[in-house]
Structures are given as structure tokens and as C-alpha cells.
Design a protein around this ligand. Structure first.
Ligand code: AMO
Length: 431
């Protein structure tokens, strides 16, 4: 029967059978040490037996083993196992292209990504993707407790979901299809069904951006709710969702985050601070001497400065900027022409967008036409506005950007199992 590494401490002085992966081996005088990992942890195995030592010499790290031995307590009180037998289930014969035993990966990101299937076994990536899993679990918990229903939206679409030019087209039998730029239209449709909805949705962006925070296949933590009074309702839900995630992940993944040397993010009391776009431009002009005349959006540098301002002024790594001068076609504009949209910035990056949406059929149709698009292409989506939609709004958080922030990584590709960007498809180089 298989024993798990996590239960060894309860089996002291007993014989145990462990199945797992050989992580490392070393010799000290006449003693041989092995480290074996199963899904519950890592344990040290020790032997002075000459025949076992000569067998160990022939086994490469990463081999899959079944070992038997007696569980004891090492001089520091940690459980270890005195080896009695080793059965090699699957032997490794080569050395991988990535050093999996170094504390920090030594190779360049380029090399790490080209050996992605194996580099994911490095402790650094095991930690990052454990944290990622905890983030999504806590987002689901928060949203479910908030009464939102999870939905899945289609990724193969007949036309654009966000407008603009960043669309991947594909052959679809005798017609053309596009890859979804977001779940935007579908989450609004689902508000008409459940009022509060959330999802973890893929988004594809044909954007030739070779930066540390852009990829062509990304994921969004989507949310949308009905009966909002104003965008402040959205800001409140988003703040609470992020605070919940941080609280859960910081307690559940303390060891992983410490090993990753991730600085904990600063959150203020209450809702994250917010500035309107005009106020943000005023601060950039006065405090940072940046000429924002004629701006309709923020630059990367101005986002960095506003994050600096939020840290100094509000002790917050997060800051909302609302009421931009430019927006997607579905963003609600009031009678004065003010756009009710919002971006959340954190540590020099935009991590989410959101806002209130049009809920009138006529306004929305006009906005689609004004963007140079054909309302016919949106007929399914437009139909919901003929049959009763409450005032509504929501947000989409860049999931991998959030993982970057929480795990303290500088490049989004570190936080995606198989990243695609203008030079790669699913981590493999194409150029
Ligand atoms: P937007 O296009 O701003 O808004 O996307 C929302 C968030 O998703 C992340 N993101 C990306 N991450 C990595 N690489 C990319 N190429 C990329 N593009 C976007 C960012 C961004 O803030 N439908 C709206 C959301 C809404 O209004 O609810 C939308 O898609 O973190």
C-alpha cells in the first residue's frame, strides 16, 4: 500500500512505502541521501547500505521510484526514512535541458519556455502555479458567496466581441470565424438570465505587443451584475473580490510566496482609492510635470507614476481611474457625454477594465454604428436589450497579470503554463 509523504510524521518507527519522483541525490562520506517528491511534499531518504548506494549511483534525478524504509525523526526533528529497498518504476536516462535542482532557474526565460513541459517541474514554477490555483479557487468562493453564477462563453465567434482590429481570424469550414477577444457580450447576455455572473474566460488578442505584460492568449476573471446604481458598485465588488483573494492566498500559500520572495501587496481600508481621468491628468501635470493636453488614455509611464502616487498618498498598491475619454462601444455614456468606465492600476500596470454598460437598445445600436460596425453582426447580443435589461456593469481582471503581481514576477510569461505571444505559440518559438 502507498503511504503519502505528508503522513510520514504519523508513522515514526514504522515501515512505509513511498511512490514518487527522485528530486535530488547526494553523497556524504559513506552515506547517501535522496529527496523524493509526491503530490503532498518532499522527504529525505538516507542509507549506508553499499548495495543500495551503488544502485542509487545508477539512478538519474526525475526517475519514478517506489521505495520502502523505516520512518524516523532526523536530528532536527524532521521526518526522514531509512531506506530498505528501491524499485525503479520508470528510469530517466538523459539530463533535462533545464537544471531542476537549482534554487532559482539559471537559464534565460527563452530557454525555460522552449523546455516548458519540463521546466514546469522546477520548484519556482511549482510555487507560481500553486498560487495561481489558489487565486482562482478564492475568486470562485468569493463570487459564489456573492450570489453570482459561473458561466462559460464560446471562444469561436462569428464576429468581434470588443471591436477594434486586434482580432484573430480563422478558417471555419467554408466561412470565417474569429477567436473571442473577451466574454464581454456573453456576460451581459448572462446578466439577463442570472443578474450576477462570473467566469474565468480566455481572451485572444492579435496585438503585436512584445512587452512584459502582453500575450496573445490571456485569461480574464470576468464579472457582471445587474441593478447597479453607479460604477461605484462595481468598484466596491472588485475591491472586495481582490481583498478576499489576497487574504486567502496570503494565508494558504505563505510558504510558496516566501520562497518566491513575493512582496505582499498593500491594501487600504475600504474601497481602493479612485481618481477620475481628469483628476489623474491634473496630478500628472502638477506633481510629475507631464503634459497631458489632449490625452484620451493613460501611457505606461503615467500608469507607473499614478501607482507611485497611490502608494505615497493612500498606502495602497491599487488605484482606480474612472471616466476615460475613450471606451469600447458597449461602455455607457451619460447625457453629458461622460463615459462610465474604469481601469484598476497596480504596481505600474493596468490589471482590469470595467464599468457600466449601455442598457438601451437604441443607444447601443447607435454606438455600434458610430464605431463603423454592422449592428447585424451583433443581432443576438442586441436582442437582449429589446427584452428587458437592468442597469448593469462589471469588470474583467487580467488573471495572469494578477498572478504576476501576487507572486512578484516581472514577466507575464513566467505566470502562464504555455504562453503565446507574437513570437511563440503555446510557449514554442515560431520565429
Ligand atoms: P480589456 O481589454 O481592458 O477589457 O481587458 C481586461 C484586462 O485583461 C487583461 N488583458 C491582457 N493581459 C495580457 N495580455 C493581453 N494582451 C491583455 N489584454 C487584456 C488586462 C486588462 O486590464 N471586456 C473588457 C472588460 C470589462 O469591461 O469588463 C475587456 O476585455 O489586465
Amino acid at each position: 500500500m502507498r503511504n503519502l509523504i505528508s503522513e510520514i510524521k504519523t508513522k515514526l518507527d514504522q515501515s512505509v512505502t513511498i511512490k514518487g519522483r527522485l528530486i535530488s541525490k547526494r553523497e556524504l562520506g559513506s552515506i547517501s541521501f535522496l529527496e523524493i517528491q509526491d503530490f503532498t511534499g518532499i522527504c529525505q531518504f538516507v542509507t549506508e547500505d553499499k548495495s543500495l548506494i551503488s544502485l542509487i549511483e545508477s539512478i538519474h534525478p526525475q526517475s519514478i521510484l517506489e521505495v520502502e524504509g523505516k520512518a524516523v525523526s532526523d536530528p532536527k526533528g524532521n521526518p526522514e526514512i531509512h531506506l530498505e529497498s528501491i524499485n525503479v518504476i520508470n528510469a530517466v536516462k538523459e539530463t533535462p535541458g533545464i537544471d531542476l535542482q537549482s534554487k532559482e532557474p539559471k537559464e534565460k526565460l527563452e530557454t525555460i519556455l522552449s523546455h516548458r513541459a519540463i521546466s514546469l517541474r522546477h520548484p519556482k514554477y511549482q510555487d507560481i502555479f500553486k498560487v495561481e490555483a489558489a487565486i482562482i479557487q478564492s475568486y470562485r468562493e468569493f463570487m459564489t458567496d456573492f450570489g453570482a453564477t459561473e458561466f462559460f462563453s464560446p471562444l469561436i465567434l462569428a464576429s468581434s466581441s470588443e471591436g477594434g482590429a486586434e482580432i484573430f481570424e480563422l478558417e471555419y469550414f467554408d466561412s470565417k470565424a474569429t477567436l473571442a477577444q473577451s466574454a464581454q457580450l456573453y456576460k451581459q447576455i448572462m446578466v439577463g438570465v442570472y443578474e450576477r455572473v462570473f467566469g474565468l474566460s480566455k481572451c485572444f488578442r492579435a496585438e503585436n505587443s512584445n512587452t512584459r505584460r502582453h500575450v496573445t492568449e490571456a485569461t480574464q476573471l470576468e464579472f457582471e451584475m445587474g441593478f447597479i446604481e453607479s460604477i461605484d458598485d462595481i468598484l466596491e465588488v472588485e475591491t472586495n473580490a481582490i481583498k478576499y483573494i489576497l487574504e486567502k492566498v496570503y494565508s494558504k500559500c505563505e510558504k510558496e510566496l516566501d520562497r518566491l520572495k513575493a512582496r505582499r501587496l498593500m491594501v487600504p481600508e475600504g474601497t481602493f482609492p479612485k481618481l477620475t481621468f481628469d483628476e489623474a491628468c491634473g496630478i500628472l501635470d502638477e506633481k510629475f510635470k507631464i503634459d497631458t493636453e489632449g490625452w484620451d488614455d493613460l501611457t505606461t509611464e503615467s500608469e507607473r507614476l499614478l501607482c507611485e502616487y497611490a502608494r505615497e498618498e493612500f498606502n495602497s498598491d491599487f488605484i482606480f481611474v474612472t471616466n476615460f475619454k475613450k471606451a469600447a462601444f458597449y461602455a455607457y455614456r451619460d447625457k453629458e457625454g461622460m463615459i462610465h468606465n474604469v481601469d484598476l492600476l497596480c504596481k505600474e500596470m493596468e490589471i482590469s477594465s470595467g464599468g457600466r454598460r449601455f442598457d438601451s437598445y437604441d443607444d447601443l445600436k447607435m454606438s455600434i454604428v458610430a464605431e463603423g460596425m454592422d449592428p447585424q453582426d451583433f443581432s443576438e447580443y442586441l436582442s437582449i436589450f429589446k427584452f428587458g435589461m437592468p442597469p448593469h456593469g462589471g469588470f474583467g481582471i487580467g488573471f495572469e497579470r494578477l498572478v504576476m503581481l501576487i507572486t512578484g514576477q516581472d514577466n507575464i510569461r513566467e505566470c502562464i503554463l504555455f504562453p503565446s505571444d507574437p513570437k511563440r505559440i503555446a510557449s514554442q518559438n515560431i520565429k
